[in-house]
Design a protein around this ligand. Structure first.
Ligand code: UT7
Length: 329
């Protein structure tokens, strides 16, 4: 009988997501800006995206996704003692949008705060929840990615406005005693990185302490693309190495959904079978911090991701920031 020791792991118990009602196709966008369905599909893989209604806020999307995740996990809101919301499009400059979610769910104990790592936000939020749970400061957490990027897009800049959409995704995670082997359920390894030398390659040209305005998203697309494939492949390898798992042992890859060509490029670099990569960029566009939990929810609900499957999540975004997490479902 091999020696087995106890280890507290962060187990993903449930997932949920929410998309606004309004779906905007490439054809509809092409009537407003100088673009075409063909260009958008060929260069990005995107066919459509969802846009929040007037008055529909990031917190509204987050609350809807959180409720579905709680239902999927079979948990009550009052079980939750930590809410981490990843967003770059908060309702207000402060307080944290997470506190609005907390109040709407009827939770009045524990902690709720936002993290800001743009498209990698969900990876940073999950990593933080994992650390707080493993060290015993929290027990059951809601980790949410929610965005209304439609509010910071320059709708006259065809190079960016066709790429993004609104949405939210959430997971319920809890601390559970496990054996300490790779057969355990839960997060087996996770890693995040930042490199602020690339601040100006993907940023919003406004802000509280700079211009006093909200600003619009600006991106050097080709530069971001180049770094994305390199950084994502590197952090995926690093995360797998921490756990001692080979890429071909992973059942499902759930990447940040920015561009189908980035997904294909990364899969090729790691020799991953494209059949094992979850793709939602065609339907959702790039929903920034919401994209990974939205994709995860799709693949769980359609039955692809099943109990005991090994799942690798990853993302890369402004900053630059990037990260990955390996979990057994
Ligand atoms: O989520 C955070 C991470 N973000 C990303 O990962 C995004 C990474 N970057 C990309 O996905 C790609 O760089 C883009 C999709 C943004 C752009 O694709 P690209 O193949 O790098 O195109 P490009 O920027 O080099 O532009 C090629 C051409 C240009 O025309 P010229 O100069 O060759 O005549 C652009 O003006 O395509 C033109 N173009 C468009 N044409 C029609 C740019 N946007 C559009 C458009 N419709 N929407």
């Amino acid at each position: 009988m091999p020696h087995r020791f106890k280890l507290r792991r962060t187990v993903i118990e449930g997932v949920g997501s929410y998309l606004p009602a309004r779906c905007v196709t490439n054809e509809e966008l092409a009537q407003k800006v100088d673009t075409s369905d063909l260009w958008i599909r060929e260069r990005t893989g995107i066919r459509q995206r969802y846009i929040a209604a007037d008055g529909e806020k990031t917190s509204d999307l987050a609350i809807a996704a959180a409720k579905k995740a709680l239902e999927n996990a079979g948990r009550c809101a009052t079980d939750i003692d930590l809410i981490i919301l990843a967003t770059s499009t908060p309702d207000n400059t402060f307080p944290a949008t997470a506190t609005r979610v907390q109040a709407a769910l009827g939770i009045n104990s524990g902690a709720a705060f936002d993290v800001q790592a743009v498209c990698s936000g969900f990876m940073f939020a999950l990593n933080t929840a994992d650390a707080l749970i493993r060290c015993g400061q929290a027990d059951k957490a809601l980790v949410i990615g929610a965005e209304t990027f439609s509010r910071i897009l320059d709708w006259e800049d065809r190079a960016t406005c066709v790429l993004f959409g609104d949405g939210a995704g959430a997971v319920v995670v809890s601390g559970q005693e496990q054996t300490g082997t790779n057969e355990d359920r839960g997060i087996l390894a996770c890693k995040v990185h930042s490199d602020g030398r690339h601040y100006d390659k993907l940023y919003v040209d406004g802000g509280v302490s700079s211009t006093g305005t909200i600003g619009h998203l600006r991106m050097q697309g080709r530069e971001v693309f180049k770094h994305a494939v390199i950084n994502i492949a590197a952090v995926m390898r690093e995360t797998l190495e921490i756990a001692g798992i080979a890429p071909d042992e992973v059942d499902w890859f759930v990447p940040h959904q920015a561009n189908k060509r980035i997904l294909d490029g990364t899969a090729k670099k790691l020799r991953i079978d494209p059949e094992r990569v979850v793709v939602t960029v065609d339907r959702h566009g790039n929903t920034s911090a919401a994209s990974v939990p939205l994709a995860l929810d799709c693949a769980v609900r359609d039955g692809r991701i099943k109990r005991n499957d090994l799942v690798l999540l990853e993302a890369m975004g402004g900053g630059f920031t990037w990260g990955a997490a390996l979990a057994r479902w």
